[in-house]
Design a protein around this ligand. Structure first.
Ligand SMILES: [Mg+2]
Length: 181
């Protein structure tokens, strides 16, 4: 199976910084800079972690900007994601062999893996989440055509407008919170 996880409000609990963008004046700068204080949304993080085995393919689609890639990867791993437990998506065999023989950990290989499974908002893209994510999904399917043709896909998301988009596209979405914002 393929599983796609949203980050903000789904995998991560961001309630502590929502107030920055809920009032009359939106403080996007603080909303983004407080990302470092997010904590795992435990029920969803646990499900993701359980599903992160060689039999499944886990992906992440987020409206966060590319400039937040490093902190996002750290948070995904803090939620229990292990990029070596990814069946068809695991790093190349020769890389795994190099680990077995004790050669150095290659940060570029890890970064390459995430470039294929964590799709984010380009820094200059200001479209609504639903529109952006629909495009990111098409991009993801293009990158992993065989997996998406061969296996069913379940998406975990919270925001109502985004959930509506997934369902309008005929996809199965487990909505993890009310997401009425
Ligand atoms: Mg969300």
């Amino acid at each position: 199976m393929n599983y796609i996880f949203d980050i903000d409000g789904t995998l991560m609990d961001i309630d502590h910084r929502r107030h920055f963008v809920e009032g009359e004046t939106k403080d996007w700068k603080s909303f983004i800079s407080h990302t470092v204080y997010d904590i795992p949304n435990t029920p969803v993080a646990n499900v993701m972690s359980f599903l992160n085995t060689d039999y499944n393919n886990i992906f992440f689609l987020t409206g966060r900007k590319e400039s937040q890639r490093d902190i996002t990867i750290k948070q995904i791993e803090d939620c229990g994601y292990n990029y070596l437990n990814q069946g068809a998506l695991s790093p190349r065999d020769d890389y795994l062999d190099s680990i077995k023989v004790g050669t150095k950990y290659d940060p570029n290989e890890r970064r390459y893996h995430y470039s294929e499974i964590l799709l984010m908002r380009p820094d200059d893209d200001y479209r609504p989440d639903a529109e952006l994510k629909s495009d990111l999904y098409d991009k993801l399917v293009g990158l992993h055509e065989i997996l998406f043709k061969s296996y069913d896909t379940i998406i975990f998301d919270d925001r109502q407008s985004v959930v509506d988009m997934w369902r309008a596209r005929g996809l199965t979405c487990f909505q993890v919170a009310e997401g009425d914002f």
